[in-house]
Unconditional design. Sequence first.
Length: 379
Amino acid sequence: MIDHAAPVPPQADDAHWMAVALAQAREAAAAGEVPVGAVVVKDGALLATGRNSPVETHDPSAHAEVNALRAAAAALGNYRLDGCTLYVTLEPCAMCSGAMLHARLARVVYGAADARTGAAGSVVDLFAQPLLNHHTRVTAGVAADACGALLQDFFRGRRQAARDVAQPLRDDALRTPEPCFDAWREAWPPTATIADLPSLAGWRMAYVDTQPPSAEAPVLLALHGWGEWGFLFRHLLPLLPGWRVLVPDLIGFGRSDKPKRAATHTPAWHAEVLREWLQRLGVQQLAVVHHPDTGPLVQALRQHGSPRITAAWPIDLGQADADTTRAWQAPFPDRGHEAAPRALGARGVSTDDLDTGAAARLAARLAQARQSPVGYSGA
């Protein structure tokens, strides 16, 4: 057994004390805490140890470093830890870095870098601030592989445990119950769904495809905004008998599934879903009409180059009446379904509508473009 109270030769200090900190980290993992351990050393001898314990103690400040600092201060009878070195298995966060500076530590040595919250150089470097009245030397990367592997193993185990006990997500948690759309069934065609595109990861996208008999019919993609769904184009479809019109409910809207992670919902990701879907339908070129909100989505789709966008027009919008406003509310019976509108910047219920007059003007414009095609007009 190693006697940690005995001085350790200086050349062996860093490796030796990081091994002691790793032992503390393993104790944290055994207790169900994120495996981070720390020790405080003075004059080559162990002064105090600490491990993560915020879950166990219901204390958000109970990081390994803070616990070790508290124990060291108690051992010395002084909150100033002059001449001490703290070893920790993970790059300290801003809270712990601040505590170390207040303690007047001479040196901090850490193992694995923390790209998300590290405050010793990864995200910010509090120790390098020239205006602070104390400067602590920092050594990074001691036993980094071992420290990082311990964290990776811990989180890999947690993910596997979560998968083992996970229950299938209820349909009504992921998508709007169909009765919410009952009031608008007569005004909107039945929708098809697709879920097996690589980018969808099993989520279901609903869409309308008018599919006219002629295989030579031009294809029109109609994209709603961040506050509506495909129902926005209800007055336009009857005015375009010579077109194959595709109207998706983008993921997070209308009858489509509504993933709750805000980070999912970006124009680039929605464009990738649309690209895969259009390729599945065999569409090689198309025109686009779109709500002004979805201009970035059209631009992202256009950058792929396949399918080719021959023309694109933002639509003219009118004011939604009371019935239409209720239609825009229908896909969101509770706040849990609203991740996509929030992530994409929608501000409450939409006040937009493509009314009968605007739909007629748009149909006339499309008919004219079909007779004398024009190039891409901008999104």
